[in-house]
Write a protein that binds this ligand. Structure first.
Ligand code: AKB
Length: 315
């Protein structure tokens, strides 16, 4: 199994590479990113190449050279960045997806492209958001995610390309920082509290959003792709979640462990509006039934592990 990860230098890719290496062998995983400095960092632990996923010629050469069987397409501008430049978000997010799907069709690869809670909008039921429900997102990121789900299903039904995907909630991790997302606060808070003892939240105190700790997110990436296809009634894309909390809940739990921590709010209206349009909690029972999704990390264990991991960085 030769696997190519495009957009490998981001929050998910940075940790997906070693996860895939453990599963499929170090020499079978190719990390690709647009930025030279990121590729330099990735080269420290993996085979890494500079690749712009919008450049179909170079992308084709990489697929041929490394005889790729599976693509993880992680290229995306996230929700808040997408609102600053919606046209760029559309061209990057959809361009990388279309190239990945076309190459998968030509070279018979399977493709994983994450969708997101961003695929939902104000008109979606917010509590226990069903797997199959109203999807009218209010952001360009969300428009790309819904379009991406449809396009991936189209490539499956029309051309038989093995496309699969999950709707990721906010992902909490301590490898590479996220950038430009609405859920980023749930990562930033740990760095700021441990470094400065103080965190100012851009998200209102009572705004619920689903979250996952990175080990569960990585398991979702591999378990779904290795799942028996005959069991999958859905493909693009499955709700997955492990916890749902507000900033207030998270900060109170951190304060129990670090009593001197100070929290306040300076609400970013763009992020607050995005957060209010997303589910408060998703129903992930289809993922549990169809491919055995079973997250292991809840809020308490995640907080303990994040504090420990970030303290070790000696910021
Ligand atoms: C974002 O906040 O934009 C992402 C996401 C939930 O897809 N983390």
């Amino acid at each position: 199994m030769n696997v190519l990860v495009v957009g490998a230098g981001g929050q998910i890719g940075t940790e997906l590479i070693p996860h895939l290496q453990k599963q499929y062998g170090q020499d079978n995983i190719i990390a690709a990113d647009l930025k030279e400095d990121v590729v330099k960092r990735l080269k420290e632990g993996s085979i890494a190449i500079t690749l712009d996923a919008l450049d179909i010629k170079n992308y084709t050469e990489a697929i041929k050279k490394y005889k790729i069987d599976r693509i993880y397409n992680l290229v995306a501008l996230l929700s808040a960045t997408g609102e600053n430049n919606p046209q760029l978000a559309w061209s990057v997010n959809m361009g990388a997806l279309l190239n990945s799907l076309e190459l998968a069709r030509e070279f018979k690869c399977s493709v994983f492209t994450p969708s997101s809670i961003g695929a939902f909008g104000h008109s979606t039921p917010h509590n226990l958001t069903p797997q199959d429900t109203i999807m009218r997102p209010n952001t360009m990121y969300g428009v790309c995610k819904v379009s991406g789900e449809l396009l991936s299903d189209y490539y499956y039904s029309r051309f038989g390309v093995d496309t699969r995907s999950v709707r990721f909630p906010g992902i909490i991790s301590n490898g590479a920082l996220p950038g430009g997302g609405t859920t980023d606060y749930a990562v930033e808070v740990f760095y700021d509290i441990i470094k400065k003892g103080h965190y100012t939240s851009p998200i209102p105190e009572n705004s619920f959003m689903d979250m996952l700790y990175i080990p569960d997110a990585l398991d979702a990436c591999t378990q779904l792709m290795d799942a028996d296809p005959s069991k999958l009634r859905h493909r693009n894309s499955f709700n997955v979640t492990a916890m749902s909390f507000t900033p207030e809940i998270l900060f109170n739990e951190i304060k129990k462990r670090i009593p001197e921590a100070i929290f306040d709010y300076n609400v970013n209206p763009v992020k607050a509006e995005i957060a209010s349009s997303w589910p408060d909690s998703m129903d992930d029972s289809c993922a549990r039934e169809e491919w055995g999704w079973n997250p292991k990390w809840g809020l308490q264990e995640m907080i303990d592990d994040m504090i420990c991991a970030i303290r070790k960085k000696n910021l």
